[in-house]
Ligand binder design. Structure first.
Ligand SMILES: NC(=O)N[C@@H](CC(=O)O)C(=O)O
Ligand SMILES: [Zn+2]
Ligand SMILES: [Zn+2]
Length: 344
């Protein structure tokens, strides 16, 4: 029996959805996490400060009694976004960041950005006001192989945008490649990167070997093993550039187990057990707190949580295979390895 006490972790990239799905899955994140950056890719997307405020109220109403969980809201950047609304929502404490989806890159991204010149004014206002931009970093060009879309995005879009907007704080969301790790590492204090739980565990074989496994399909899609190893090295290195964003993204099973299955892995329930296992495998348990609880708040200019979370090592722990929601069942990510660390 072994104990590890860390500051209560935060999730810097989370999909809570809305309605019955929100009600069903919000407790899964609120159980272990103190705060989360809430993704705005609802249908329709969260594009104004007023919509973010109303969505925050719906999230708070969905939390269990006494939950110690603060949703940090984001706005979905469109070519019509009004820079003044973004700055006002930030000054009023309604939003923490703005999310950039290249149009068509992922789930509910149709209203995203096609022409980056059209959002230049908003990005400049954000740089001035110190509002971070969270980026889904994949190009959508049909001639670019899906496994190369992150690396190409860095060269063609991210680096030019950052050079054109000095002082803009950027989070490379859910990086999946060695190129993502290298670029984040070289970017200075205004650049951070989130890493998901599942990308530390799976490579692309999990999706494709022995049959198509839809519950391992997410975007950006898991890459070759060398990239997974680069992500594990980055996450466990102690480098404050890298912090946890689970990208826990629930879809009901009928939409995953489908001829055109949705992208997203649902990891809110068992993330902390999985991370403890991964960090122990890497001989870096002492760095788990940095990755899950300290580097994220430091990047966002917030204090770490006061509360703590205890992880205890013992016999393998199990988690439910599915979370039943009012919308339907959601399969919990299966890490395909025994987990020995339980929370509590
Ligand atoms: N990661 C995913 O595969 N899916 C996310 C969208 C996203 O974060 O790109 C979702 O909203 O389902
Ligand atoms: Zn994304
Ligand atoms: Zn996401």
């Amino acid at each position: 029996m072994k104990n590890l006490v860390i500051r209560r972790p935060d999730d810097w990239h989370l999909h809570l959805r809305d309605g019955a799905m929100l009600a069903g899955i919000a407790p899964e994140s609120a159980r272990h996490f103190g705060r989360a950056i809430i993704m705005p890719n609802l249908v329709p997307p969260v594009v104004t400060g007023a919509q973010a405020s109303a969505y925050r109220d719906r999230i708070l109403a969905a939390l269990p009694e006494g939950a110690d969980f603060t949703p940090l809201m984001t706005l979905y950047l469109t070519e019509q976004t009004d820079p003044a609304d973004v700055v006002a929502a930030h000054q009023a404490g309604i939003i923490t960041a703005v999310k950039l989806y290249p149009a068509g890159a992922t789930t509910n991204s149709a209203s995203g950005v096609k022409d980056f010149d059209k959002v230049r004014g908003t990005l400049e206002a954000m740089a001035q006001a110190g509002i971070p931009l969270c980026v889904h970093g994949e190009v959508v060009d049909s001639d670019i192989d899906i496994f190369d879309r992150e690396a190409v995005f860095i060269d063609r879009v991210l680096d030019p945008v950052r050079r054109a907007t000095p002082g803009l704080k950027v989070v490379m969301e859910h990086i999946t490649t060695r190129q993502g790790v290298d670029y984040a590492r070289s970017g200075g204090k205004d650049l951070g990167a989130t890493i998901t739980t599942h990308h530390l565990v799976i490579n692309r074989n999990a999706i494709l070997v022995g049959g198509i496994k839809p519950h391992y399909y997410c975007l950006p899609v898991a890459k070759r093993e060398e990239h997974r190893l680069a992500l594990r090295e980055a996450a466990t290195s102690g480098d404050a550039t890298f912090f946890l964003g689970t990208d826990s993204a629930p879809h009901i099973d009928p939409l995953k187990e489908n001829a055109c299955g949705c992208a997203g892995c649902f990891t809110a329930t068992n993330t902390m057990s999985i991370l403890a296992e991964v960090f122990e495998q890497e001989g870096a348990l002492d760095r788990l707190e940095g990755f899950a609880s300290l580097h994220g708040p430091a990047f966002y200019g917030l204090a770490p949580n006061e509360a703590t979370l205890t992880l205890t090592k013992g016999d393998p722990v199990t988690y439910p295979a599915k979370i039943e929601t009012g919308d339907g069942p959601v399969t919990v990510f299966d890490p395909m390895m025994p987990l020995h660390w339980r929370v509590g």
